[in-house]
Design a protein around this ligand. Structure first.
Ligand SMILES: [Zn+2]
Ligand SMILES: [Zn+2]
Length: 122
């Protein structure tokens, strides 16, 4: 499988209990199952370990539309996060795969952490 955005090969990365993602060696984008994304958002430090790409590059690549799924090559739909509407991700519904640009996981996780702290304080 190759990255749908920069066409570099993916490497497999694992973290914690049951988190397994494909990380692009070129742009640092992350391809994973939707369930894995939920896990990563709640796992402490997962974003630091897995989201190693350059966020500026990620923001640049985020402008790309018409992405095809690297697994089944169907068109991926652009979705945004319900809590953070500025974070766009690509989703393949048939494979249940989601692609995050570099920096986006960090963005999502930071928010989750902030929410947790707020809840603790209130
Ligand atoms: Zn890439
Ligand atoms: Zn697919």
């Amino acid at each position: 499988m190759h990255c749908p955005k920069c066409e570099s090969p993916f490497e497999e990365k694992k973290y914690g209990a049951g988190i397994q993602v494909h990380s692009c060696q070129g742009c640092g984008g992350i391809l994973c199952k939707t369930k894995t994304l939920e896990k990563m958002r709640s796992e402490w430090m997962a974003d630091l370990m897995l989201d190693r790409g350059d966020p500026n590059k990620g923001r640049e690549l985020d402008k790309m539309v018409d992405i095809n799924c690297p697994s089944c090559s169907n068109a991926m739909s652009r979705i945004f996060d319900e809590e953070q509407a500025h974070v766009f991700m690509e989703l393949c519904e048939s494979c249940d795969l989601i692609f995050l640009d570099a920096g986006e996981l960090t963005d999502l996780s930071d928010f989750t952490l902030m929410e947790k702290l707020k809840n603790l304080l209130s």
